[in-house]
Design a protein. Structure first.
Length: 266
């Protein structure tokens, strides 16, 4: 299902981009009329909300025993809410940039064990309680090729890349192994900061008429890598701490709708 709506959204953006670019002779002619874009030069604010297909990769921990192997888990992927707000500057020459706050929401990080390194026969513990919540501060640069060519259109496809820092908060986490002397053990959560990056593309449409204060709406797809989230090794129920706590790598594939409003009127 996630693949279906992601593919449909990307196809829509591609079709709109091609239509907007069909002006080989008269660059002033656009889908919305001749030279229809208002001046957007200067500072702006941007808000977006959407849905993220979240993946948790390389979920693993190392139990307390000196001879225990690293245990990997099949942490489930899921859809999740996504919101962001940013302030930036539009040079109106094909480039703009902003700095924003991102909330990627909370994702369940439980799952059964799948394999060990080195390989050791099971059974091994499953992760039966854990979640990861992520927020990020990210700077993004946008490139609009038609605008750079001087196409003054209300429809502007763009590419985007971002770099910043993510705060990943792992909740208290629990491992369960019915064959162990202590079948259920829980450990404290922890917050950590890791490098984050993003790449994507989108289509922005100016919904106001020329001469009015511009308001722009966009549909975008972005891939985010938020780095590593790791719990604590502090036991909540007694016993020895693990040699390494539960940790996962988080990434999100986001389809979102955004609104951008320039702060100056020309």
């Amino acid at each position: 299902m996630r693949a279906t709506w992601t593919s449909a959204a990307l196809a829509a953006m591609t079709a709109t981009s091609l239509s907007a670019g069909e002006t080989p002779v008269d660059y002033g002619r656009t889908l919305f009329g001749r030279s229809s874009e208002s001046v957007t030069f200067g500072p702006y604010v941007r808000f977006e909300a959407g849905r993220a297909a979240t993946g948790l990769d390389d979920a693993n921990w190392v139990p307390p025993g000196a001879g225990d192997p690293r245990v990997f888990f099949s942490a489930g992927d899921d859809d999740n809410a996504f919101v962001a707000a940013a302030i930036g500057f539009d040079w109106m020459n094909g480039f703009r940039g902003d700095v924003g706050l991102v909330s990627a929401g909370e994702i369940d990080a439980t799952g059964p064990w799948s394999y060990t390194a080195p390989a050791v026969p099971g059974p091994h513990a499953d992760i039966t309680a854990a979640s990861v919540r992520t927020t990020a501060l990210m700077g993004s640069v946008y490139y609009s090729p038609l605008e750079q060519r001087g196409v003054n259109s209300r429809i502007q496809p763009y590419l985007v890349a971002g770099l910043g820092f993510a705060r990943n908060q792992m909740s208290d986490w629990t491992r369960t192994n019915a064959a162990a002397p202590d079948p259920v053990r829980s450990f404290a959560g922890k917050s950590s900061v890791d490098l984050a990056y993003s790449i994507g593309m989108g289509v922005e449409v100016q919904v106001t008429r020329a001469g009015q204060h511009p308001v722009l709406v966009d549909l975008s797809w972005r891939y985010y890598d938020f780095g590593n989230a790791e719990g604590s090794t502090t036991p909540l129920t007694g016993g020895q701490p693990p040699r390494e706590a539960l940790n996962v790598d988080r990434n999100d594939s986001v389809i979102s709708l955004g609104v951008r409003v320039p702060l100056k009127r020309y």
